[in-house]
Design a protein around this ligand. Structure first.
Ligand code: NAD
Length: 482
């Protein structure tokens, strides 16, 4: 772990080991198992770095220079980081490399913005008054991340929060902590002052829970399941603490009859199989016009048959391993429930025997909107297909979900595509693409998918306090005239 700039063990000496899900569980990671006391030490280091350290008081230009150096060092270590992420998560090495490169770009974007973070001045509130709005850092932020995109999700939050002047304690998933520790080491090597970015490794309870509960954190930014996110929200509410929640999704992919079917089929397959479907923004619900349903499905099934899946270290692998046996069984349970409910498996629907935890690309058709496979987040390579006839019906189906994280619309008629996506209640949307991303655009959820926004200029507001200052010139009118 990294606390106050030092690499430390847990006080108990206990460790957590990680077996590669793609390689019969060969041990590929070992990290300290933090107790609540260890986490309190990290919060103390972050508190000191915020309350007395130089970081929040540095100029934006000085903070920016360090964030740029971190981006450079991430790029210099792409291969190490990608291999660690590939082995711990089970994701394909080529994908992991691309993700780390994208993360360097996020750090670079945040570095650029870090010296352009402004407040406001109100010069039209009267001749004797001037209003100022100062942007300040929220304070110490506890960041809790899941296992599916450890480096990306940390890179969507850490540079934005420290870019404003906050200090951070990051708790990655106990399954995939390696690259988060490496990120903090890189930041230290880049000259980030001690205590600004601490990483504790350990289980959700007690390590994550302490970050939420301890009065030493001013904010908790949680990414993960609705179940745990709800609990974090309750803790934050009791303490009136700032909270950000990025939770689950059940992304619709609406395909109109005039769509480019080749591009759409490729996008549907990518949208649901990327990261073995373990992606909060997966396009896991295919909502397709009845006139093209069979033709589109035939193309998606053809891709599903040919796509390379298996060993994540293989350079050509597109779909790697599932994160754990328990999770693979959960995905398989959903597939069984879909079959039992009367939906038809067109391809896949089974685990694949190999030296890892692999699940075959799976396509369901004949899915009714009330089935569990249409409503719940499966978090696996499983596509649920529902047909529609009119645009109103497509929008109603897309919005028929307790989630609202992401959505895609496929149509050659840009007006139709735009009018449709405007009516879909989701925070991250695509027209004629899927799972696209850039640091400039905000991400975040509607409905049960979460609270708050990351990335873009909005991501800095998430970690900012805004202070209004009323300045009076001359002698103000007297309140007491007696
Ligand atoms: P999870 O909720 O089980 O765990 C997420 C993190 O919370 C982990 O670090 C875990 O250790 C920690 N945690 C567990 N119990 C805790 C507690 N009591 N107090 C504090 N922290 C606790 O989720 P997961 O299984 O790691 O990830 C899968 C889920 O994450 C899916 O639902 C997925 O949709 C969601 N997700 C959302 C986004 C997004 O940006 N919206 C991104 C990735 C994943």
């Amino acid at each position: 772990m990294l606390i106050g700039g030092k690499s430390v063990e847990a006080q108990s000496g206990k460790r957590i080991e990680r077996g590669s899900p793609g390689h019969s569980g060969a041990i590929v990671g070992s990290w300290p198992q933090a107790s609540a006391d260890d986490v309190c030490l990290a919060i103390g280091a972050a508190r000191e770095a915020f309350d007395v350290g130089p970081w929040p008081r540095l100029s934006g230009a000085e903070r920016s220079a360090i964030l740029y150096r971190i981006a450079e060092l991430i790029e210099a270590r792409v291969e190490d980081l990608a291999i660690a992420e590939c082995l711990e998560v089970g994701k394909p090495i080529a994908q992991a490399r691309g993700e780390i490169g994208y993360c360097a770009d996020m750090w670079r974007y945040a570095a650029g913005q870090a010296r352009a973070l402004e407040g406001q001045a109100h010069n039209a509130i009267g001749d004797d008054r001037l209003g100022l709005v100062l942007r300040e850092a929220v304070g110490v932020v506890g960041i809790i991340t899941p296992w599916n995109f450890p480096f990306i999700i940390a890179s969507e939050r850490v540079p934005w929060s420290i870019g404003v002047g906050c200090t951070v304690v990051l708790k990655p998933s106990e399954l995939t902590s390696g690259t988060s520790v490496m990120m903090a080491e890189i930041a230290r090597d880049a000259g980030l002052p001690d205590g600004v970015f601490n990483v504790v490794t350990g289980y959700g309870d007690p390590a994550g829970q302490t970050l939420a509960e301890d009065p030493g954190t001013d904010m908790v930014a949680f990414t993960g399941s609705v179940r745990v996110g709800t609990r974090i929200g309750e803790i934050a509410a009791r303490q009136v603490k700032r909270v950000g929640l990025e939770l689950g999704g059940k992304g619709p992919q609406v395909v109109f009859a005039d769509a480019d079917l080749d591009a759409a089929a490729d996008g549907i397959a990518y949208g649901v199989y990327h990261n073995a479907g373990q992606c909060c923004i997966s396009g896991s619900r295919l909502i397709v016009h009845e006139d093209i349903r069979d033709e589109l499905l035939a193309r998606v099934i053809d891709i599903s048959r040919k796509v390379t899946f298996g060993d994540p270290l293989n350079e050509t692998t597109k779909i790697g391993a599932m994160i754990s046996r328990a999770h693979l069984d959960k995905v398989d349970g959903y597939v069984k429930s879909g079959r039992d409910a009367g939906a038809e498996v067109m391809i896949g629907g089974n685990a694949e025997a190999a030296d890892g935890l692999y699940y075959a690309p799976t396509v369901f058709t004949g899915v009714r909107p009330d089935m569990a496979i249409a409503r719940e987040e499966i978090f696996g390579p499983v596509l649920s297909t529902i047909g529609f006839r009119t645009a109103d019906e497509a929008v109603a189906l897309a919005n028929d979900s307790e989630y609202g994280l992401s959505a895609s619309v496929w149509s050659r008629d840009l007006e139709n595509a735009m009018q449709t996506i405007r009516r879909v209640r989701a925070g991250r949307c695509w027209v004629n693409s899927v799972i696209d991303g850039t640091p400039e655009l905000p991400i975040g959820g509607y409905k049960k998918s979460g609270v708050g926004r990351e990335l873009g200029r909005y991501g800095f507001d998430e970690y900012s306090q805004f202070k209004g200052i009323h300045v009076t010139f001359g002698a103000p009118p007297r309140w007491f005239t007696g």
